[in-house]
Design a binder for this molecule. Structure first.
Ligand code: GLC
Length: 520
């Protein structure tokens, strides 16, 4: 496998999205320039120097489009405008220009599977059964006794995925909230309108998109029941239709109308890497896809070994470039899941040295934990407020926000502020920076092959290699120290706990420690 991987990479010119580390910004919680308690685009622009200093290559900004905010922006009421809470289109243009000046690429979120119920398309569609936009959404008659059209479940509230529209007497489909009706991609006018939304942002210079639940755009027009044993799972986790691939190929062609350098990473929230792999097509669908099964893996060597092996076995044969992610705005932060900063540090070494494009989630470089959100401050319909807590920029009492933010602070906001951790050479923030720097310098880490080596229980060891450049990673998942044997002399380039960097590797690994090694 390793030889074939290396050969393939040597042949191809490596596109930016294969070399990049992408940093996800949840705009409400990143940085607030106008001190109204909600982050904004001008706030992001003001922190680009920080991101350049950190050493990431691209940002992905979660939705900032006009929205009633029932799902905090994932319910879009105008795809082609900025919600006033985040700023204006001019602010967006300024942000893209400022990012590009710093060699940072900009990816934005595209929400193709559903709109807000306040989107003018849905307002029209629900006006009457014969409205020209009726077929832009998915409508079905109730059964003779008022039965629902099928047994599909919506995500979040775990209710049925259908809501009756009283005025017109039909149900409409929503895979998420009732305020997020599913678009009907079987209607050609929808396809065309959504392609236009891509062009709108491509024309403004974005480098790519993260496509929200993109596997959910195609639907079997028969809308069949799912098997009873699966009927408790939200339908969007099961919906895996051939027609979606046709839509993705057409979407790819829209991106290719531009300079061949624009990319799309899909949120394919299906249950296995095998299913996810299909969404790369034959290099003619998604450029990258999230692969969530590893995100749900426990912090243990064996499951991680299996995920690394599966990623290689399933994606490589179809030339699909892997991606890796441990945290995002939908899941408990991995610092919280794994239970300690030592593990979060080891996880940073893992994430930034596997073969594939890593996605960081804002604040993981600070070792942030989820906020504890008291019941009276809960705002999300699906219990995701904790990981969306605001980023503390300074040690001052407002942490650089100038106002009380929309969500409570994560734990230890003074000690974990950017300002505090930047001054501490031993901080997790400085560890991320050293790792990102080491990665940039190393062809092996950027695009080299990956080979898992034999290792003692509780430890994983892998080698990355390209064009004579070589790195070895040793990761102790266990909470006791151990020793490992490697062939050849190695020097510690980066250590998750900062210990012994620059020194020869003796074979000793501390508890929860991960090391990036370079041939001596
Ligand atoms: C995706 C988003 C999530 C959103 C959902 C519905 O899973 O990541 O935040 O709520 O889609 O759009």
């Amino acid at each position: 496998m390793a030889k074939a991987q290396e050969k393939r990479m040597a042949k191809a010119q490596v596109p930016w999205w294969q070399r990049a580390v992408v940093y996800q910004i949840y705009p409400r919680s990143f940085c607030d320039a106008n001190a109204d308690g909600v982050g904004d685009l001008a706030g992001i622009e003001s922190r680009l120097d920080y991101l350049a200093w950190l050493g990431v290559d691209a940002i992905w900004i979660s939705p900032f489009f006009r929205s009633p905010m029932k799902d905090f922006g994932y319910d879009v009421s105008d795809y082609c405008d900025v919600d006033p809470v985040f700023g204006t289109l001019d602010d967006f243009d300024a942000l893209v220009a400022a990012a590009h000046q710093r060699d940072l690429r900009v990816m934005i979120d595209w929400v193709p599977a559903h709109t807000s119920d306040q989107h003018p398309w849905f307002v029209e569609a629900r006006a009457s059964r014969d409205n020209p936009k009726r077929n832009w959404y998915v409508w079905r008659d109730p059964g003779p006794k008022g039965e629902l059209p099928n047994n599909w479940r919506a995500a979040f509230l775990k209710k049925r995925a259908w809501t009756l529209d009283e005025t017109t007497g039909q149900f409409y489909l929503h895979s998420f909230l009732a305020e997020q009706p599913d678009l009907n991609w079987n209607e050609p006018a929808v396809v065309e309108a959504m392609h236009q939304t891509l062009r709108f942002w491509l024309d403004r210079g974005v480098d790519g998109f993260r496509a929200d639940v993109v596997h959910n755009i195609g639907k079997d027009p028969a809308l069949p029941d799912v098997e009873e044993r699966l009927a408790k799972i939200p339908h969007c986790a099961l919906n895996d239709e051939d027609i979606t691939h046709e839509h993705l190929r057409a979407i790819r062609r829209v991106l290719d109308e531009y300079d061949g350098d624009r990319a799309m990473v899909g949120e394919v929230s299906l249950l296995s890497t095998e299913q996810v792999a299909a969404y790369y097509g034959k290099g003619d669908e998604l450029h990258l896809s999230f692969n969530f099964p590893p995100l749900f893996a426990p912090w243990e060597a064996e499951p991680w070994r299996q995920h690394i092996e599966r990623s290689a076995a399933v994606l490589d044969p179809i030339d699909a470039w892997p991606s890796w992610v441990l945290s995002n705005h939908d899941q408990k932060r991995h610092r919280t899941r794994y239970g300690s900063e030592a593990r979060a540090r080891a996880a940073a070494v893992l994430l930034l040295t596997l073969r594939g494009t890593p996605f960081l989630y804002m604040g993981e470089e600070l070792g942030l934990e989820d906020a504890v959100v008291p019941p009276e401050r809960v705002v999300d319909p699906s219990d995701r407020d904790g990981c969306r807590a605001p980023v503390p920029w300074t040690a001052a009492s407002d942490h650089g926000w100038g106002a009380e933010p929309w969500l409570p602070w994560p734990p230890e906001p003074e000690a974990r502020s950017v300002e505090t951790l930047r001054e501490d050479p031993e901080s997790i923030l400085q560890l991320y920076r050293r790792l990102l720097g080491a990665r940039r310098q190393s062809p092996a880490l950027l695009t080299g092959s990956l080979t898992l080596l034999a290792s003692p229980e509780g430890v994983l060891i892998w080698e990355r290699s390209r064009d004579g450049d070589r790195r070895t990673v040793v990761l102790n998942f266990a909470s006791q120290a151990c020793t490992v044997e490697l062939s050849g002399e190695q020097r510690i380039e980066v250590a998750s706990d900062g210990c012994g960097e620059g020194e020869p590797f003796t074979g000793n690994l501390a508890a929860d420690q991960a090391l990036l090694l370079k041939p001596a």
